[in-house]
Design a protein around this ligand. Structure first.
Ligand code: PHE
Ligand code: ZN
Length: 854
């Protein structure tokens, strides 16, 4: 057939305010896939019905990169009008059946969006808008339908969403009874093996579980299976949520743009987020695998059963699901350490985003490409907003609100308004002001003035949110400030209370003291704000030594370190002895969890120091920052020289490897102390650890220590040979060399690494292991001649032509360009502009660079 071609201009931006309900709803979807690498046929039979709530009767189906073979309505062939991004047709004003057959070429799909191939296996990624690359469909999350899928292929394992119905020679049939949006569709076909398990739900239903991998990875799947079982149990116990299908499948794929995807009943995972064995994965990898398994599993209720009305509501599922996975990990392994790690991530990733040209609301109001909004703000700040809500209403009311949320909105595509309404109805609390957390970008700054006289402590809090793109003026937010008080001996005299700080300026008084109390503010990081308080170093040392709130102990140590680093950078000052002594006392405190000691001993990142200096009105000098960090580490190493070996020795684990928190904490402290020891023993202890390590945590810790002092070449070579067949381990080998390279040698290193045969740049994990890791070496990235900027831009342009998602994500490396000196600004700007003007640049990338330049 000869379809007619017409072009309607694509709107540049999509606005939340323009939302209209779909013209037609889908009652049922039936898909048949005849798989072939170059010419897969997809036959879709879709039952449509007019939507009584619609504003129009315009029939539009999304479709991209599809070759239309035929189409019919109620069995009668039709010739739809192909337009940009899809097709239109005239259809009856009554229920009808649409049928289409299209051809696609999964082997040519390098964007890894839609149906694609990875090492001979077919797999899909549909969120947010990949389904339109599979067939013509109303590819929007508020259109939900049950799916029946038939897969035809000679490959041995054929999987789709829902429950298996039939398996025969060369085909399999799946049925998913739960209405779902197209972004949750999934299909996998390949030569895979299963790690199998089972779970009996709270109402006694048996569920078969499987984690599917290539045969070579079969020994790395059992941890993920256990993590899935723990997640299923936790969601029943903590949220009363039961699983709702007969099977749950997880598939590991080595070419994947993101971490993992929560497709209904068939989660698809980046191998990096699912495979783990002691020899190949670090303790942090184990924890990440468990966290991501939990996250994707929890989406079954928060994301799948209740989904998003439109992509502006993305944080409705992501913020909530991140909060849930954080609770889960905290419950299983301890809340203090988990909270600190999450806040470190928030500080480096989200605060930076929120303070630069890419700042956006937790619920954006417009976008060009939704794929650019899978960000720290949507995920991590979104989770912080829910954590604040949890704190404000308390755990019991939170539980009641969530029950109401599931009761009221199950099976629906919901909004942030629906979510907040549930809390208003369940708790009677007016959330009008609280809603601003979703509507206002930027990290609020909170300053504190403390006055003490006659037994009365007066705290004056002021809040201010700096302007962000498109939002010059900000309104005051509701900020829960958890506070406790200590006396001058470090004894707690006021247990944690939550202040509701909701005015531009607000005063809180506490009375009945004999002496000025020490204030422990923002305990547990009770709000995602930048706290500016004028503590003395002595007060911080006291909090570090005695606060009952572990988070604030860590934070006091970080504040001391920040202060000392700032003074070293700005005034060339020697490191503060208060800091060095406090570190020594902390390190020797055997009552303190080793994991916590490791975190306290670790300096804030160089990125953190840059942010901190920028906040203080300084232009951060990446070389000076790096030099100060190095100098402080050397000072620490010397100051602690006498005690480090004893702590290191006490952290050795004799028992067989387990990724559990007690062992992992010891290894974390062993590695943290080893890094300092290496600065004075020329790498002797690190070489010994490398030689006898039988797990990846200790191996990599030793290697990092060696590389950081300019040694370890023979170990690096041996490592590469030993692990040549394991892609995930070789990713670590690439990344470590980038992180640990001396800044001046970074460009050489990058050129050398990217010239290797093993630098398979079209594989997102491998690309990221080099290109995304550069931002972990800021002094290297910001080489004053701009050479690394150019290197990054070259690779982004190259990757963008095959994989816009991964390329545009990494382009955010340039988002801090305005913070730096005019020379670096000009150099970075030139590279961002060069990307913007590169021929054929994707919409994703052009939106990113456009926002960075605006
Ligand atoms: N929805 C996934 C998650 O956070 C993330 C994802 C987005 C994966 C887009 C792939 C593509 O759980
Ligand atoms: Zn998610």
């Amino acid at each position: 057939m000869q379809p007619t071609h017409a072009t309607i201009p694509q709107p540049q931006k999509i606005y939340l305010a323009d939302y209209t309900p779909p013209a037609y709803l889908v009652r049922h979807v039936e898909l048949t896939f005849r798989l072939a690498p170059k010419a897969t046929r997809v036959i879709a039979r879709i039952q449509f019905a007019p939507n009584p709530a619609a504003h129009s009767r315009d029939f539009f189906l999304h479709g991209e990169k599809l070759k239309l073979i035929r189409a019919s309505i109620d069995g009668t062939p039709v010739q739809p009008v192909l337009v940009d991004g899809g097709l239109t047709a005239s259809v009856p004003d009554a229920p009808f059946v649409w049928e289409s057959e299209v051809e696609i070429a999964p082997i040519e799909n390098t964007a890894l969006d839609g149906l694609y191939m990875s090492n001979g296996m077919y797999c899909t990624q549909c969120e947010p808008e990949g389904f339109r690359r599979i067939t013509y469909y109303p590819d929007r999350p508020d259109v939900m339908a049950p799916f029946d899928v038939r897969i035809e292929s000679d490959l041995p394992i054929l999987l789709s969403n829902g429950n298996p119905v039939e398996r025969g020679a060369g085909y399999a049939v799946w049925h998913d009874p739960w209405p779902k949006p197209s972004y949750l569709f999934a299909l996998v076909a390949g030569d895979l093996v299963a790690e199998r398990g089972a779970f009996t739900t709270m109402s006694g239903k048996d569920v078969s579980l499987a984690v599917w991998t290539r045969a070579a990875d079969a020994d790395k799947a059992s941890f993920a299976l256990g993590a899935l079982q723990r997640s299923m149990l936790w969601d029943e116990q903590a949220y009363g949520r039961e699983y709702d299908l007969d099977v749950f499948n997880i598939v590991a794929v080595s070419d994947f743009n993101s971490g993992a995807m929560e497709n209904k009943g068939l989660n698809i995972f980046n191998t990096a987020a699912v495979l783990a064995s002691p020899a190949t994965a670090t303790d942090m990898d184990f924890q990440r695998v468990e966290g991501v398994i939990a996250h994707e599993y929890f989406h079954n209720w928060t994301g799948n059963r209740i989904t998003c009305r439109d992509w502006f509501q993305l944080s409705l599922k992501e913020g909530l699901t991140v909060f849930r996975d954080q609770q889960f990990t905290g419950d299983l392994h301890g809340h203090a350490v988990k909270r600190i790690r999450d806040v470190i991530k928030l500080h480096t990733r989200q605060f930076r985003e929120d303070g630069g040209p890419l700042a956006h609301n937790v619920r954006p109001e417009s976008f060009v490409e939704i794929s650019n909004f899978y960000t720290g703000t949507i995920y991590e700040k979104g989770a912080e907003v829910i954590r604040m809500l949890h704190r404000l209403v308390g755990p019991v009311a939170y539980g009641e609100a969530l029950d109401l949320y599931f009761d009221r909105l199950d099976g629906q595509a919901a909004t942030i308004e629906d979510w907040l309404q549930v809390f208003q109805d369940a708790t009677g609390r007016d959330l009008t002001q609280f809603k601003r957390w979703y509507q206002q970008a930027g990290t609020p700054q909170v300053s504190v003035v403390k006055e003490y006289a006659d037994g009365i402590l007066r705290l004056t809090l002021r809040q201010h949110t700096p302007p962000t793109p498109g939002q010059p003026d900000k309104l005051p937010l509701v900020i829960p400030v958890a506070i406790g008080l200590l006396d001058s001996e470090g004894r707690e005299i006021l247990a944690t209370q939550v202040l509701e700080f909701n005015q531009p300026e607000q005063c809180f008084t506490f009375s009945g003291f004999d002496d000025a109390p020490i204030v422990s503010l923002l305990r547990g990081f009770s709000a995602p704000v930048i706290l500016r308080q004028e503590n003395t170093s002595e007060e911080l040392a006291l909090l570090l030594a005695h606060d009952t709130d572990s988070f604030n102990r860590w934070d006091a140590g970080q504040q001391l370190a920040r202060r000392t680093l700032a003074a070293m950078v700005i005034d060339n000052a020697p490191p503060s002895s208060t800091y060095l002594n406090a570190m020594q006392a902390m390190l020797m405190n055997e009552a303190l969890d080793p994991a916590l000691r490791a975190l306290i001993l670790s300096l804030p990142s160089e990125e953190d120091t840059a942010q901190n200096l920028a906040l203080a009105g300084q232009i951060p000098d990446p070389d000076a920052i790096h030099a100060a960090h190095e100098a402080l580490k050397n000072h620490l190493a010397e100051h602690l020289e006498a005690v480090l070996p004893g702590v290191y020795a006490a952290m050795q684990v004799d028992a067989p490897y387990s990724p559990e928190a007690d062992q992992a904490g010891k290894r974390a402290l062993a590695n943290a102390t080893l890094a300092l020891i290496s600065r004075t023993d020329h790498g002797q202890a690190a070489e010994a650890q490398y030689a006898k390590a039988d797990n990846m945590t200790l191996t990599l810790g030793a290697l990092a220590s060696l590389l950081s002092i300019g040694r370890g070449n023979s170990q690096l070579a041996a490592f590469a040979t030993h692990w040549a067949d394991d892609k995930l381990v070789i990713d670590k080998w690439f990344a470590l060399q980038v992180t640990e390279a001396a800044p001046r040698r970074l460009l050489n290193m990058l050129n050398r690494l990217t010239a290797l045969d093993t630098f398979d740049w079209q594989n997102p994990n491998r690309f990221r292991s080099v290109l995304a890791t550069i931002s972990a070496n800021p002094a290297g990235f910001h080489q004053a001649d701009g050479s690394v900027y150019r290197f990054v831009a070259d690779w982004l342009i190259r990757l963008d032509s095959v994989n816009p998602w991964t390329a545009s994500r990494i382009s955010a490396a340039f988002d801090g360009w305005r913070r730096y000196d005019t020379g670096r600004q000009a150099l970075m700007r030139a590279q961002i502009e060069r990307i913007a003007k590169a021929p054929g640049i994707s919409r994703e990338m052009s939106e990113m660079v456009g926002r960075m330049l605006a």
